[in-house]
Write a protein that binds this ligand. Structure first.
Ligand code: SF4
Length: 217
């Protein structure tokens, strides 16, 4: 675990957050987060990144292997696919902010070989990490949050949210107007239907782009 700042347990983390740190200060503080156990097996905290004045804020589940090693969100294969989908939807990648509901990579060893593969964070880990997400949303102040995948969608819109039924709908969450779509990694996992899955993602992103200026904030 790479860490250049002081370790923060949950209590200390929450006390620091109560002092309303800036986005840059949040990023530095998060490097030392120990509010759940996921930091132990990860390389580093992967905090959000992007425009501090973003009108669209994207939230995924957690960093993947590439993100864990590079220390930046959405830089691996799923991130590259998201970049292509944003271009197709007419959204400037530089104008958005991207982050995850969980800031450390949770992984397990593949049955064969040394590959580290994604392991879904549990509800306790998502809840432990939520204050970081709340602080990011508060600092950026987006018009619309776009949850990518079921874990992010349920973290924001409740456990009863069903991506299969409600993707592309703009709903109210505790953090503001929120829409959910599939995670770009789901497109990568659909080799036989990849084109259709990619098209569906782009369609949802177009809905998000068109909603800007219309959603209540
Ligand atoms: S996953 Fe979130 S809450 Fe858990 S240690 Fe990492 S930053 Fe802290």
């Amino acid at each position: 675990m790479r860490c250049v700042t002081e370790p923060l347990d949950r209590e200390e983390r929450d006390a620091r957050l109560a002092r309303q740190p800036s986005l840059d200060e949040l990023r530095t503080l998060a490097e030392g987060c120990r509010a759940c156990s996921l930091w132990r097996e990860a390389t580093q905290t992967v905090f959000g990144d992007g425009s501090v004045r973003a009108r669209l804020l994207f939230v995924g589940e957690q960093p993947g292997n590439s993100e864990d090693l590079e220390g930046a969100p959405f830089v691996g294969p799923a991130g590259q696919l998201l970049d292509r989908a944003l271009v197709e939807a007419g959204i400037d990648r530089e104008s958005v902010y991207v982050t995850n509901v969980v800031k450390h990579f949770k992984w397990k060893r593949a049955r064969t070989g040394k590959r580290r593969i994604h392991d879904k964070p549990n509800r306790g880990e998502v809840e432990a990490c939520r204050p970081w997400l709340e602080a990011e949303v508060a600092r950026v102040g987006p018009e619309l949050i776009v949850a990518l995948g079921a874990t992010a969608a349920q973290a924001l819109l409740g456990q009863g949210f069903r991506l299969t039924r409600q993707r592309g709908e703009i709903l109210d969450s505790d953090l503001g107007a929120t829409m959910a779509t599939i995670h770009p990694s789901a497109v990568l996992r659909a080799p036989d239907e990849r084109e259709a899955a990619f098209g569906g993602l782009v369609d949802d992103l177009r809905v998000a782009a068109r909603a800007l200026g219309r959603v209540r904030t």
